[in-house]
Design a protein. Structure first.
Lengths: 233, 109
């Protein structure tokens, strides 16, 4: 293994690394994915507040520096899947002018790319990951793109209170685009039922397409078929 | 216990392992603080005094405090305590919240 030639080496099997590995492997590339933490399997992701803490970083703490240091071990992950094991599945897009903050507000920096450069990939991620949302409602403040593969999640009673307030103030809103199934039509992952407690290793149904699944997709193709069906975890 | 097997909030709040060192420092800080305010160790305080002390400690309002900050100690210990009681299947039931596990734990949590 140490001397085997590969096309790509990816450091970290988190949200990005595992998806990159899957895409490259499916394209026929030989990929090595290097991960310092455990190789979590889906069966390891027991729904437990306490055991769920195992997917947080372990070992040496993250060095915090700067004027306003902020601990983020609680937001980070450890092992295959990384933070995507317990993220809240919100997938907001940058706004068009987020890419031009320096030009428009004389703050921070402009991006060397524009929203239009990224837009096709936003849409692709929405379909590959499996997202629920209302693109038409978002297109008030962003250019048109593809529809989301699933309709938006239902609002909860507390959301209805906010909606009422925004409506009275004349502020337009859109359902948050989330990587949760609003319907059970996409594969085996059931429709998501609750708000909160949305970590894969905590109670309540997981909203995410777990990164260990992407890693499985990157493994040899004979294993890929059953994994593919599992994608809708 | 290796840090990667620990289920303590200390792990999530970026405490440097071994975590026992933090707890020892926290106990020392609490006792020093109690002695400053009441001239007694924390366990020698009455329940009312302890309640008052913890209320001030969590807001970092005890003069001359040394060691880990009171607010941080409070957050860390409280989160563990709450999760051990209410982060379990029985705890969810007690709160009337459906557990909705996708993989049911084989232990009480």
């Amino acid at each position: 293994m140490a001397n085997e030639k590969v096309d790509v080496v990816i450091i970290g099997a988190g949200c990005s690394g595992s998806v990159f590995a899957s895409v490259l492997a499916k394209a026929g590339k030989k990929v090595v994915l290097i991960e310092s933490g455990p190789d979590w399997q889906l069966t390891d992701l027991v729904s437990s507040e306490m055991w769920g803490r195992r997917i947080r970083p372990a070992g040496a703490p993250i060095l915090l520096e700067g004027k306003n240091p902020m601990g983020y071990a609680g937001q980070a992950g450890w092992g295959v899947g990384g933070a995507a094991l317990h993220y809240f599945a919100n997938h907001p897009r940058y706004l068009v002018n987020d890419y031009k903050i320096k030009s428009e507000h004389n703050r921070a920096l402009d991006w060397p790319i524009s929203y239009q450069d990224v837009a096709p990939f936003y849409d692709r991620v929405a379909w590959d990951v499996g997202m629920s949302g209302d693109a038409k409602a978002e297109e008030i403040w962003r250019p048109a793109g593809q529809a989301y593969p699933m309709p938006p999640m239902k609002s909860f009673p507390n959301g209805e209170v906010w909606l009422k307030g925004f409506k009275e103030l004349g502020i337009r809103t859109a359902p948050a685009p989330v990587a949760m199934n609003s319907t059970s039509s996409r594969g085996a992952r059931p429709a998501f039922m609750t708000a909160g407690a949305m970590s894969a290793a905590r109670p309540a149904r997981s909203p995410i397409r777990s990164s260990p699944i992407w890693v499985k997709l990157a493994r040899p193709m004979p294993k890929c078929a059953p994994c593919r069906r599992l994608r809708a975890f | 216990m290796p840090a990667e097997e620990a289920l303590l909030q200390a792990r999530i709040l970026n405490v440097r392992p071994p975590f026992a060192n933090f707890y020892r420092a926290a106990i020392g800080a609490v006792d020093r603080g109690a002695e400053k305010v009441f001239n007694r160790k924390f366990t020698q305080l009455t329940a009312v005094e302890q309640y008052d002390f913890v209320g001030r400690m969590r807001q970092n309002q005890i003069e001359g405090w040394t060691g880990p900050t009171g607010g941080f100690i409070y957050t860390l210990l409280r989160t563990d305590a709450v999760d051990v009681v209410y982060g379990t299947m029985e705890g969810y039931a007690a709160l009337g919240i459906p557990y909705q596990a996708h993989i049911v734990p084989d232990k009480r949590w």
